[in-house]
Design a protein around this ligand. Sequence first.
Ligand code: ATP
Ligand code: MG
Length: 434
Amino acid sequence: MKDKLQAVRGMNDLLTDQLPWWQLVERSACTLFADYGYQELRVPLVERTELFKRSIGEHTDIVEKEMYSFEDRGGDSLSLRPEATAGLVRAAIEHGLLHNQKQRLWTSGPMFRHERPQQGRYRQFHQIDCEAFGYEGPDVDVEVIQISARLWRMLGITDVRLRVNSLGTPESRRQYRALLVAYFERHRAALDADSLRRLESNPMRILDSKNPAMQEAIAGAPALADHLDPDSRAHFERFCDLLGAGGIPYEVDPRLVRGLDYYTRTVFEWTTTALGTQDAVCSGGRYDGLVAQLGGDPTPAIGWALGIERIVGLMQAAGKAADATVPAVYLVLSGDRAERAGLAIAERLRDALPGAGCLANMGGGSLKSQMKRADKSGAQLALIIGDDEIARGSAAVRKLRGDASQQDCPLHELPERIAALLGRKLNSRSDDGR
Ligand code: ATP
Ligand code: MG
């Protein structure tokens, strides 16, 4: 028996029955970003491994354990992108997009992380990503969060809550890190293997541990909020004030740290209770040092990323419907002459009624079997054309839903008649019945 070819573990085919939700999310995001003045930018799926090491950080889970890195045929070490920010920053620097200008950008697409696949956690997953470059103040921190909050409203998502924190500047974080290491050294006995490893490499990530046995030790640890530098504290207070003024409910969570090294000051995460363990749906924060760290002019920046799989999961858990769009008209073509005329008739209908859609029968078949296909297609009307009809210059229009009534219609009047039956407007530029 031949080996069955299968998709790579953790990398999913998105079958047609799932796509209506995906398209709803993607279309909504596209409109939304335009409304807020954010422009789309697209970057490659593959970058030099170096880029991710230098931005996300050598001692992060992503870089240490999760990246798909490989040597290409020229001997360069490349990686599939595990997130979008690094590539966007690289592109913005490379194309001079940050020279004396600010940028509000967004992007979306697949990301790759070698994690243990489970519900809501995959090896190829998809993010929508929002970034603002060149804005220093907390007002833009609130703006990017407003965008996410509006997206939840557009998609009918209610089971989410927002947690916020500040990570301060790299300097204040270094001082805090020393305190934290001293604390966890005193509580070494309470640490699990992962945390012991992090104690050496990335002690703040211990606060992020999901191990229940670790929670008591974590609760007793010094809080970063108590050790912020004055500027970061003022930034955070103003940020919280503006969030409140913007009507966005939030909680301050002093334990919220993020898994990537580049964050500074504001960090935030939207979580849900509807998806089990994979509770993070959107997270982000400020990364004021990253652009300079990657060789650009010093540029403050903030952004977030959401996981489309989890957003779709949330919409489905909430029973939010997303209908597939199917053509409203099925064109039944019976006989040689009808088939010959049919392709042009279908095009005329598509010109006259853009968005309504016309599904033309292909490959012949008896009238009965074509009518069956018409019914199954979900179309509202069947347009039936046989050789007799062509000879008479008319067609039969049958309703497929409701009363199943049928009427004859001269071919040149088809666009108007069908528009009326569908309750749609004709496209004025092509309703001349050519
Ligand atoms: P988690 O704590 O669930 O691992 P994260 O902190 O690693 O999430 P980010 O790197 O901030 O996640 O990515 C932003 C969003 O992308 C997450 O909030 C989540 O919705 C989604 N996401 C991250 N990793 C995956 C994955 N492996 N599969 C599906 N979605 C993911
Ligand atoms: Mg993760």
